[in-house]
Design a protein around this ligand. Structure first.
Ligand code: ZN
Length: 382
């Protein structure tokens, strides 16, 4: 009986220890980390421009002391009298004290519907947990949070109604083509890559930097409230990207920015990459302009469970997976979290190491003890 039990224990140890190591390691490295606060319910269908506007009105009615909805500009079609679509910025602010600013943006690109959902969800997470969660409260004590869920309202409605692959805004280029890629229209190293120079190109950057009313609106908002951190949500691919985007060369702050990206990506399992090292360099995006002009720590998240930016069934999972990274980003930028290393991760790795050493030592000693007893039974009896 004793023998069987000992042999059994040994085999359990031999199987269980590597299994524990494996699961612990994978949960530590690629798992999705949930935030500490309560998670709001997620929508099961995508918002439209109108449903975002009415939801923002409802939220501002429900949280009058916390939330302000401000029009920050108009879409191109609106400037032409063809539509009536403002760009809205939502500010979440606790009264009192001098604060820094943090900016979250969605839907620069018309077909990337999930990017708007992540911004709306993050806003609702903050509102639900303000006053109830110490992390959200610590962030709000130091920063005003700005949310622009739809940078490209004309493009969104065109994509919804006519062409789900549409990417740009809806400027009439005057040559039978439409649209400027808003995320190539920002004014730092604009047009330097030589890509998308044709008006018909999906990455057409416009005639001059900030030619579009939508990118002007973001420029003016950011200049008025320079963000210490910005996250611009795009889709898809599960990437956390950081500048430079116009070149493969690193920024002078590469250490800081890449560490931010790693710490955020650690929470949702995304991969980290400098933007300029993607398939081709992308000059004129919001990250490069924000970093170069305002010193923002700017990130682009390519969100999505797969390469479909319009899969309504994935809204909930993508929304929930992207709360913790945003909180971490804000915490690091506001000095609430160390970006050089994460004590939580260090502790987890240390615990796994201790468990590994302990487990392997037990196996070894059980083995040794059994050897000694078998070879020398009398010695053991004494
Ligand atoms: Zn995009």
């Amino acid at each position: 009986m004793t023998l069987c039990a000992t042999a059994g224990t040994r085999w359990i140890a031999i199987i269980a220890v590597p299994l524990m190591l494996l699961t612990g390691f994978s949960a530590t490295v690629v798992g999705v980390i949930s935030p500490t606060g309560r998670l709001p319910s997620a929508p099961t269908t995508f918002h439209t421009y109108n449903s975002v506007v009415s939801e923002l009105q409802n939220l501002s009615r429900d949280h009058p002391s916390l939330l302000t909805v401000t029009p920050i500009g108009s879409s191109w079609e609106t400037t032409q009298g063809l539509a009536n679509r403002s760009l809205f910025a939502v500010e979440v602010r606790l009264a009192g004290g001098t604060k820094q600013d943090v900016l979250f943006m969605g839907l620069h690109h018309a077909d990337e519907w999930i990017s708007m959902e992540v911004v709306m969800y993050l806003l609702r997470y903050v509102l639900l947990n303000a006053g109830n969660d110490s992390r959200v409260d610590a962030i709000l004590a130091r920063a005003n949070l700005w949310f622009v869920p739809i940078v490209n309202p004309d493009g969104l409605e065109y994509a919804r109604q006519y062409d789900t692959t549409w990417r740009k805004n809806r400027r009439d280029n005057g040559d039978g083509t439409f649209g400027v890629d808003l995320n190539r229209n920002y004014g730092y190293m604009w047009g330097s890559g030589g890509f998308g120079t044709s008006t018909n190109d999906s990455e057409y950057p416009g005639t001059v930097p900030f030619s579009e009313p939508e990118s002007q609106a973001i420029r003016d908002l950011a200049r008025a409230h320079p963000p210490v951190l910005s996250i611009s949500y795009h889709s898809a691919g599960q990437w956390v990207l950081y500048p430079w985007s116009y070149t493969r060369l690193p920024t002078p702050d590469d250490d800081r920015l890449s560490n931010f990206a790693v710490e955020m990506a650690y929470a949702n399992g995304y991969q980290v990459l400098q933007e300029g090292r993607a398939t081709h360099v992308n000059p004129g995006n919001s990250d490069d302009w924000l970093y170069a002009t305002l010193g923002t720590a700017p990130f682009t998240f390519e969100v999505g469970l797969d390469f479909n930016s319009q899969n309504a069934r994935s809204i909930g999972a993508v929304d929930r997976n992207n709360v913790e990274p945003a909180l971490r980003g804000a915490e690091m930028a506001l000095g609430l979290r160390n970006w050089r290393f994460d004590m939580g991760r260090v502790t987890a790795v240390a615990l796994v190491a201790v468990a590994a050493v302990g487990g392997l030592s037990s196996v070894y000693f059980v083995y040794r003890w059994r050897r000694v007893r078998r070879d020398n039974p009398i010695a053991v009896l004494h």
